[in-house]
Write a protein that binds this ligand. Structure first.
Ligand SMILES: Cc1ncc(COP(=O)(O)O)c(C=O)c1O
Length: 399
């Protein structure tokens, strides 16, 4: 069988494979606790579940328009208009199969072979491979834990070339949880507009921003610079609906039409039942969002306090998402030379699954997800601390 160069160049998602490895060890009877989850551990709100059941009973079984039911596009536009502070029309929206499909289709629409995409590191694992699948070149923009992994136009400027087409922003970030202020986003987008770079802003964690940090969005720029900005979002993280595959993109109507063409030739519409449930989510009460946010903020604080007691490990305080990204390279040695080796060691020794930072473009760190109950979280952190102390002691013995 001949496989294309394109597919041979793409790596499977590292987060999915570590979860699979942890599940395999669990199935063998080992007591693994996974801090590798990329999804909330909540149930979606009851009225959203009910809306899907009602849709079945009401006989919603057919294809819908490719970009989504008119009522859903209206709901997305209404929901985002409130957040962005200006009026969006339904033709500026498309419902996609998860946030992932929105991002994938955007790269397909906007890139020609060899075009460059600026991707601040640490980055969500899928961006570089999605860019490669669109025959673009990912250009990594390094950042520093000392600045909470946030970049500024001065980090972008040296990497600008006449092939630079897109900048990917992700706020709050997976894997760091770091979140830009509105002023920082405004600076970055001004720079992008001045240099004719298109900004794709992935805001899938936008409902998980912890006070005193405030929500911030590139969506504010859609009115003034619709030819330079698209926002990707979805219900996976905000409404704990990862398995339902409901994402959306906000962009200029001409770009939405192109996204719709790709979708029409590949997956067609999002499942009609999910679309009906999404209308209920976006137009319904918002207390779920607040409750989920409070629980995650409490867990973040609990985990940060715990990690502060680990020898030699530092962890910036993130303002959002449900991840911590501590720097662990003080534990590296000839036997454990990188983040993959460290995560393998911790999985075997502490029976805790983490994701190596190398998968996100920063091999100094590991990603810890706190999307699990408090008891298991504390138990996992206790086990990790014991293993980290052992490692720190043994490296001191060998000094
Ligand atoms: C940063 C980021 N963007 C996009 C996605 C895709 O989300 P979805 O499940 O809606 O496809 C994820 C999921 O993990 C993510 O972490």
């Amino acid at each position: 069988m001949h496989l294309s160069q394109r597919i041979l160049a793409v790596k499977p998602s590292a987060t999915l494979s570590i979860n699979a490895k942890a599940a395999e060890l669990k199935a063998q009877g080992q007591e693994i606790i996974s801090l590798a989850a990329g999804e909330p551990d909540f149930q979606p709100p009851k009225h959203v579940l009910q809306a899907a059941k009602d849709a079945i009973d009401q006989g919603f079984v057919r294809y819908t328009p490719v970009p989504g039911l008119p009522e859903l596009r209206q709901a997305v536009a209404g929901y985002c208009s409130k957040q962005y502070g200006h009026t969006l029309t339904p033709n500026m929206t498309i419902a996609t199969n998860g946030g992932k499909q929105g991002l994938y289709s955007l790269f397909q629409c906007l890139l020609d072979p060899g075009d460059e995409v600026l991707i601040p590191a640490p980055y969500w694992v899928s961006y570089p491979d999605m860019v490669a699948l669109a025959q673009g070149n990912p250009v990594v923009v390094p950042s520093s834990p000392d600045r909470n992994f946030r970049i500024t136009p001065s980090d972008l400027q040296p990497l600008l070339t006449d092939r630079t087409r897109i900048l990917v922003l992700n706020t709050p970030s997976n894997p760091t949880g770091s979140h830009y202020t509105q002023a920082e986003i405004d600076d970055i987008i001004s720079w992008a507009v001045d240099n004719d770079v298109f900004v794709i802003s992935d805001e899938i964690y936008d409902q998980l921003v912890y006070p005193p940090a405030e929500p911030a969005t590139a969506g504010k720029w859609l009115q003034k610079h619709p030819m330079h900005v698209a926002v990707c979002n979805g219900l996976s993280k905000s409404f704990a609906m990862t398995g339902w595959r409901m994402g959306y993109v906000l962009a200029h109507p001409d770009l939405i039409a192109k996204l719709s063409t790709i979708q029409g030739q590949s997956t067609s519409n999002v499942c009609v039942l999910v679309q009906k449930a999404a209308v209920a989510a976006l137009q319904g009460p918002t207390d779920f969002l607040q409750e989920q946010r409070e629980v995650f903020q409490r867990r973040r604080d609990l985990a940060l306090e715990h990690i502060a007691s680990w020898p030699g490990i530092s962890c910036p305080e993130p303002d959002g998402a449900f991840y911590l990204f501590p720097r662990m390279d003080t534990l590296y040695s000839p036997v454990i030379p990188d983040s993959t080796a460290l995560c393998t060691f911790l999985l075997e020794k502490a029976k805790v699954a983490l994701v190596p930072g190398g998968a996100f473009g920063d091999d100094r760190c590991v990603r810890i997800s706190y999307a699990l109950d408090d008891r298991s979280l504390v138990q996992a952190l206790d086990r990790l601390k014991a293993a980290v102390c052992d490692l720190a002691d043994s490296s001191r013995v060998h000094e």
